[in-house]
Design a protein around this ligand. Structure first.
Ligand code: GLU
Length: 443
């Protein structure tokens, strides 16, 4: 156990931004690597945006990413144990006490308009950042910042400093957008007679085009990845690579190994570039690596969330269908469409099946022959089905595709799908014959 104490201090904005999630992750990695503590503090003094829903979104995103914390805000707002919850909105008395302390020693003063301003030192502001190096800010013309507004509400910079002091934070790891304010924070620590924590500002995340990724950009919110059926482990792995790397070109890297290796000096100084294709690829790698049980559990949960009612479908059939579509897809988003023709006896026919495949003059007779041949099968297996279909094609002296296409359209209404023979095997004889009859009825 070390004395490392870091914190994630999100402002509830209504989404968990990918940059915020990465900040949370890097703090978590730092705490876990050094056996320290991660504190969660909700910076909710901006009452206009502060809703329980916005806070719930943060909890949900962190939990989804598998990030836990040791002290601070608890779900539902109730305190658990001795630690927290840390909601700035519940700590106003503490901020008042600290502002009085500054007023008493004349490090702050009352402005004629009723607000309180901090007396900014005019000496150069030096920030020794663990990632960005040493930076000096000229403060000759720096105005005295307001720390309490005239309506009695405290300003972000001040409460941020007071809480880092009160919570004995040793390392502030946060986005580079806060770097330019850090010299003010250090000055406030010093005015309060305290030693500031160490600072580590992590580089910004840029869009592929090079602009700063904002809340409105597509893919900026963790919620989008949850909805689209990305695997949390893949997203977390990807976030690790936004500024950090194991230095040996590996991209798929277990979180336990990242915890073991993670430290601040290895973080890139350059901005990280967001690359959705890489995340998509990584997700595919994690998708392939799921055990059958993990995959089934994930797929069923995702489909249920999407309103697919699996409760009335035979469990073995569900499992069989999930198995044959697995290799065709890389993430949950694709599941509903791929499984749809299996779970719906009233399946629809796609454009190609309707206008080409089933419009062939011979379509009807071929489906009739398939139906008769399949109906006579004793053993219903992919191997036997393949043999049977190929025998029909050979008998007519035509290519296999001549039977494959109407067969696929006849049983599922789709021009593309999983391997045909496995699909037929999983559907079972009764269902296949019934579906072929249904299609014949439409011709
Ligand atoms: N509430 C601030 C934010 O969300 C946190 C700043 C910090 O980590 O110090 O940007």
């Amino acid at each position: 156990m070390s004395d490392v104490r870091v914190r994630f201090a999100p402002s509830p904005t209504g989404l968990l931004h990918i940059g915020g999630a990465r900040t949370a992750l890097f703090n978590w990695l730092y705490a876990r690597h050094f056996g320290g503590k991660l504190i969660l503090r909700i910076e909710d003094t901006d009452t206009a945006r502060n809703t329980p829903e916005a806070v719930a979104i943060i909890f949900k995103g962190l939990r989804w990413l598998g990030l836990d914390w040791d002290e601070g805000a608890q779900e539902g707002g109730g305190a658990k144990g001795d630690f927290g919850p840390y909601y700035q909105s519940q700590r106003m008395d503490i901020y008042k006490k600290y502002v009085d302390q500054l007023l008493a020693v004349d490090k702050a003063y009352q402005d004629p308009d009723g607000s309180v301003r901090f007396r900014m030192p005019r000496t150069p502001g030096v920030v020794k950042d663990l990632i960005c190096g040493e930076i000096t800010f000229d403060r000759t013309h720096e105005p005295d910042p307001t720390i309490f507004r005239k309506d009695g509400t405290p300003v972000f910079h001040f409460v941020n400093v007071v809480d880092d002091l009160e919570m004995k934070i040793t390392h502030v790891i946060r986005g580079e957008d806060h770097l330019s304010n850090t010299h003010k924070h250090i000055a406030m620590f010093e005015a309060l007679g305290a030693t500031p924590p160490q600072y580590a500002h992590i580089p910004l995340i840029l869009n592929p085009g090079g602009s700063k990724m904002s809340k409105r950009d597509e893919g900026a919110s963790i919620g989008e990845y949850m909805d689209q059926g990305y695997l949390p482990e893949a997203v977390r792995n990807y976030l690790c690579l936004l500024g950090w790397s194991p230095k040996d070109n590996r991209e798929v890297i277990a979180i336990s190994e990242v915890v073991e290796k993670f430290d601040l000096p290895q973080i890139n100084r350059g901005n990280a570039r967001f690359d959705i294709n890489k995340l998509y690829w990584l997700n595919g790698e994690y998708w392939k690596a799921l055990t059958a049980e993990q995959y089934h559990a994930y797929a069923k949960e995702y489909l249920t969330q999407r309103g697919v009612d699996l409760s009335k479908i035979d469990a073995a059939y569900v499992t069989g269908v999930l198995d044959i579509v697995r290799e065709k897809i890389k993430l949950g988003r694709d599941l509903p469409d791929w499984v749809e023709p299996f779970f719906n006896e009233e399946f629809s026919y796609d454009e190609k099946s309707l206008t080409v495949t089933l419009k062939e003059p011979e379509a009807k007779s071929r489906i009739e022959k398939l139906s008769a041949a399949f109906g006579g099968l004793g053993e219903w297996s992919a191997v036997k089905l393949e043999e049977t279909l190929k025998a029909l094609a050979a008998g007519d002296g035509v290519k296999v595709g001549v039977y494959v296409h109407p067969c696929r359209a006849g049983v599922a209404g789709r021009a593309v799908g999983p391997s045909l023979y496995h699909m037929l095997e999983v559907m079972g004889k009764e269902r296949v014959l019934a579906r072929l009859q249904r299609t014949l009825g439409k011709l």
